[in-house]
Design a protein around this ligand. Structure first.
Ligand code: ADP
Ligand code: MG
Length: 238
């Protein structure tokens, strides 16, 4: 579970073509990073996969099934937003349980999943606090917890660390990598930060103006960038 395939996916907003035509295969359990300059279509691509935005043409398959017209809540994917998307008036427990309450899951099952996620994320002692009483890193963990409880087949991260300071970012980067090791769930991670891409990815997708410039492991891209753009972006010596 967690295999995602894009076939000739296009996206236009009005008459502006943001994704001209894109083919991509994301394997089950893979940590894939979409990297590219601001405005190249990273968020749009993630939102298309999540179903938060409709594709203009093409096809999206999840685990081999056509998901193109499946609504977001039924795709089995969880989007991790930046920590400021938390509800300030709700406890950590309620924030994490929020998607489960919406899905009307049994209270006992909600509690079980929240406690399990809290244990994984070292938040057990903070469940009764409000987001405002937490550090930036803890708040980001709550945002991740809210995704974990849904037990998704893939996690979609859109620049989740961009509003954290540099030191905290390094720590959270390691925590997310560790989480991937532990859960072995497919993760798609969007960033414009080359260091994040190089250190976290199994596979990097380099985007430029809605096109894929190159796909490969960090080492492959570093050793064998296909062109000057990739070389420049990855910081390799070509
Ligand atoms: P990135 O995440 O790589 O910075 P985005 O996916 O946010 O890039 O945006 C890609 C392009 O699509 C940009 O030119 C942006 O202005 C445009 N765009 C994104 N969302 C919309 C929208 N809802 N309506 C119109 N244009 C949009
Ligand atoms: Mg973006």
């Amino acid at each position: 579970m967690g295999q995602i395939t894009l076939k000739q996916v296009t996206k236009s907003f009005g008459n502006v073509e943001v994704i001209p035509s894109l083919d991509l295969e994301i394997g089950d359990g893979e940590f894939t990073v979409f990297v590219g300059p601001s405005g190249c279509g990273k968020s749009t691509l993630l939102r298309l996969i999540a179903g938060l935005e409709d594709i203009s043409s093409g096809q999206i398959l999840i685990d081999g099934q056509d998901a193109t017209s499946v609504p977001p809540a039924k795709r089995g994917l969880a989007m991790v937003f930046q920590s400021y998307a938390l509800y300030p008036h709700m406890s950590v427990r309620k924030n994490i349980a929020f998607p489960l309450r919406m899905a009307k899951l049994h209270k006992a099952e909600q509690d079980r999943r929240v406690e399990q996620a809290a244990a994984v994320l070292n938040l057990t002692d903070y469940l009764d606090r409000r987001p405002g009483q937490l550090s930036g890193g803890q708040r980001q963990r709550v945002a991740i917890g809210r995704a974990i409880v849904r037990e998704p087949s893939a996690f979609l991260f859109d620049e989740p660390l961009s509003n954290l300071d540099a030191a905290l970012r390094v720590g959270m980067r390691l925590e997310i990598s560790e989480l991937h090791e532990r859960l072995k769930t497919t993760m798609i991670y969007v960033t414009h930060d080359q260091v994040e891409a190089m250190t976290m990815a199994d596979k990097i997708v380099v985007l430029r103006a809605g096109n894929i410039e190159q796909v490969g492991s960090p080492l492959e891209l570093y050793k064998n960038p296909r062109n000057q753009f990739v070389a420049g972006f990855i910081g390799s010596p070509k």
